[in-house]
Ligand binder design. Structure first.
Ligand code: GLP
Length: 259
């Protein structure tokens, strides 16, 4: 696992976009991207969009799969992840909307929708590079603490902490859905490369648990330690609870190898 500590959240996005672009260049035009919602990856998407507009990167034949989706929001709701991905990823990166997928959180049969999503990912050839944010409780996608390390796409109940964290996107806590469909930790681990981004002190405890703690279902992101190609890219605030030997005063980006 490579851990990079950057001076600012903007630098996190620049570094992470370089990782995603490298994967896209290596794989070719039909690269399969895994994309996350939340505020953490927004600067990554902005930097990727700059590369697309500058003609450095062509994602018009790429595929993209979102990590998760709320259950129970009407189709087209501004906070559905289908809408959020369209606004923050599909449009700015000039992706073909017919090649961008989110789990179907309004399906009558949610178990069947979850199985179909796994099948869609498989048919596209699997995810080449997965962008991940990090919940303050250590979740990735919507895999809350306790999620099995080999779990697949499935229905999950959100914790109150996650609903509170995400209530800033809704009018009130009551409006935040209670259930979601999320790729499982086993699904996420099958992506060929993983790029996790985090910034801000509210992520510091989760970053420390991920980087320095044991692999445990209590911190779902710790499963990344079992993956051979992971970049964890964080700003100084998110790195502030790493032990002194790992945390360096940052004049520029610090790359920290972690066993
Ligand atoms: C949601 C998403 C996660 C994301 C997390 C962090 O819960 N399902 O994929 O990582 O938010 O969000 P933020 O980056 O806004 O803190």
């Amino acid at each position: 696992m490579d851990v990079m500590i950057c001076p600012t959240a903007e630098d996190v996005g620049r570094r992470a976009s370089a990782r995603v672009a490298e994967a896209a260049w290596d794989v070719g035009p039909d690269v399969v991207l895994g994309v996350a919602t939340g505020s953490s990856p927004l600067s990554t998407y902005r930097h990727l969009a700059q590369r697309v507009r500058a003609g450095e990167l062509d994602l018009s034949h790429a595929w993209a799969f979102a990590l998760d989706e709320y259950v129970g929001l009407p189709p087209g709701h501004a906070q559905s992840y289908a809408s959020v991905i369209r606004l923050t990823v599909t449009d700015p990166l000039w992706l073909d909307p017919t090649r961008v997928f989110t789990p179907d959180g309004s399906a009558d049969d949610l178990a069947a929708a979850a199985a179909r999503y796994e099948e869609d990912i498989r048919r596209a050839g699997g995810i080449d590079v997965q962008v991940l944010g990090l919940g303050s409780n250590g979740h990735i996608g919507f895999n809350e603490p306790g999620s099995p390390l080999d779990s697949r796409t499935r229905l999950m109940r959100l914790t109150e902490q996650t609903r509170k964290d995400n209530s800033r996107f809704f009018g009130s806590l009551e409006e935040v859905p209670t259930y979601c469909l999320t790729q499982g930790l086993g699904t996420i681990r099958e992506a060929r490369r993983l790029v996790l981004v985090a910034h801000g002190t509210q992520k510091a405890a989760a970053v420390a648990a991920l980087v320095e703690g044991p692999v445990t279902v209590e911190c779902p992101a710790s499963v990344l330690k079992l993956h051979p190609a992971v970049s964890v890219i964080v700003d100084e605030s998110a790195a502030s609870r790493l032990s002194g030997s790992r945390r360096r005063p940052a004049n520029g980006t610090t790359a920290v190898p972690v066993a």
